[in-house]
Design a protein around this ligand. Structure first.
Ligand code: ZN
Length: 450
């Protein structure tokens, strides 16, 4: 049993309950009490954690990522999405299991240090002969200790068939479907407290055939897993859809059976009112990636309009090649800024930004009943943010300090009550070793791309 006390608490429950001085009690991986003041006394061994100077929030949920891109940061610096992809696809053609293992561990370790306790990954590059990339990811993620939702991505529409990626990085349609089903068989855990869940995730309209999209949706629904893809990210993508399919990306997704309460879409930047209504009416969720959208100059998502229509919206750091900082805690502020640049200073509050990063993300992943808020019965995924240092001191409202000010140091991060970050340090891996792994992976890809 773990007791955390003497800290501010933002529960992010439906009533928005907060305590300026409160406590949390965790037992067997779940939250058993949360409230004001000190925790009750227990007649059994209890680990007491003094949260003085900290704010407790639910662990952040990252809803969109491409961990392998840790090995290819800082490239195509002035490119838009299509130009950036065309620069990077040939480099990614050199991926193998070792590169994927190193970047997965490094990326998840870095995410843990920015307050993330659950992360997806969308891995859609499977070059022939690259090895078992899903197995490499799962093993590396297990070592870091975050809840992990690997999305088995795929591409089958190479350049020779009218797609954007070179033929060297796409798979055969049937092979992609078979590998996706195998990933579900081997790794998907439907249990409530699952550390590992698999989703089905063909990459994007310009790299995936309609056949793969349709059959992937059927596969996911037959197996009871969730669906993820990129949609409505850029103007170029919209033009591609209009030219190739005679409709908008959201109309295309609807036609293929890709809207629904089991689907979460990355980006959703370029949405007209009809598209917003279609997402809302179908219960589809959106992974909002404001830093990546800014880095690639893709545009600013209509987050206020999505929220006003009741669309679940989570946050994603997106791949580190299109968003080199890749800190999930920092996306709270970026989301607030993006919404306000579009809609003015009342367009998003600090509390709404925190809700995007927590309960909104949990809903994207279909885990709103288990994750995303500090409520009795939910899983014990908790972050203590240190707010008494120079970066945050003197801001009376702790949620405003967390969202408006510099990315706050994570004092403690618990996943199911198990410490992943403690005293501000990653407990499950050595960051120096992770960095060396990324450096090696970067050199390997650079050499193979020559
Ligand atoms: Zn992406």
């Amino acid at each position: 049993m773990i007791v955390i006390e003497n800290c501010a608490v933002a529960t992010v429950d439906p009533a928005g309950t907060e305590y300026s001085d409160g406590h949390l009690v965790l037992d067997q991986g779940r939250i058993v009490a949360v409230g004001p003041g000190h925790a009750p006394r227990y007649h059994r061994p209890v680990r007491r954690i003094d949260g003085t100077g900290c704010l407790a929030t639910p662990g952040l949920v990252n809803t969109h990522h491409h961990l392998y891109q840790w090995a290819t940061r800082g490239m195509a610096q002035q490119s838009d999405l299509f130009g950036w992809l065309e620069t990077l696809y040939p480099v990614w053609a050199g991926l193998d299991a070792e590169v994927v293992a190193a970047t997965t561990a490094a990326g998840l370790g870095w995410l843990a240090l920015s307050g993330c306790t659950t992360s997806t990954d969308h891995h859609y590059v499977h070059p022939a002969g690259a090895g078992d990339l899903m197995a490499a990811q799962v093993e590396a993620a297990g070592g870091i200790g975050l809840r992990f939702h690997p999305c088995r991505g795929s591409m089958d529409l190479g350049r020779s068939s009218g797609g954007l990626p070179p033929d060297t990085v796409v798979e055969e349609t049937e092979a992609a479907l078979a590998a996706t089903e195998e990933a579900i068989d081997r790794y998907h855990d439907p249990a409530e407290e699952a550390m590992l869940r698999v989703a089905v995730a063909p990459c994007s309209p310009f790299s995936v055939s309609p056949k793969l999209m349709t059959e992937a949706a059927a596969l996911a629904r037959r197996r009871g897993v969730r669906l993820h893809t990129h949609l409505a990210e850029t103007v170029d993508e919209e033009e591609y859809c209009r030219r190739t399919h005679g409709c908008t990306p959201v109309e295309y997704a609807e036609r293929l059976g890709w809207l629904g309460p089991d689907v979460w879409l990355a980006h959703g930047v370029h949405l007209d009112d009809a598209a917003l209504d279609a997402l809302a009416g179908s219960g589809t969720s959106v992974a909002h990636c404001p830093s990546s959208n800014a880095r690639l100059g893709a545009g600013t998502a209509r987050v206020r309009d999505l929220l006003d229509r009741g669309v679940p919206v989570g946050l994603g750091v997106d791949g580190p090649a299109s968003q080199e900082a890749n800190q999930l805690g920092a996306e709270l502020r970026q989301a607030l800024y993006a919404a306000r640049l579009r809609g003015g200073p009342a367009a998003l509050t600090a509390r709404e930004a925190l809700a995007l990063g927590t309960v909104g993300g949990a809903r994207c992943l279909g885990r709103g009943d288990e994750l995303g808020s500090l409520e009795v019965g939910k899983l014990a995924d908790v972050v203590l943010w240190r707010l008494d240092g120079l970066g945050h001191v003197g801001i009376d409202d702790p949620v405003a300090a967390l969202v408006f000010s510099a990315p706050a140091p994570v004092e403690l991060s618990l996943v199911g009550g198990v410490a992943v970050v403690e005293n501000g340090e990653l407990r499950t891996a050595d960051p120096g070793g992770l960095a060396r792994g990324v450096r090696r992976a970067h050199r390997v890809l650079a050499r193979r791309a020559r």
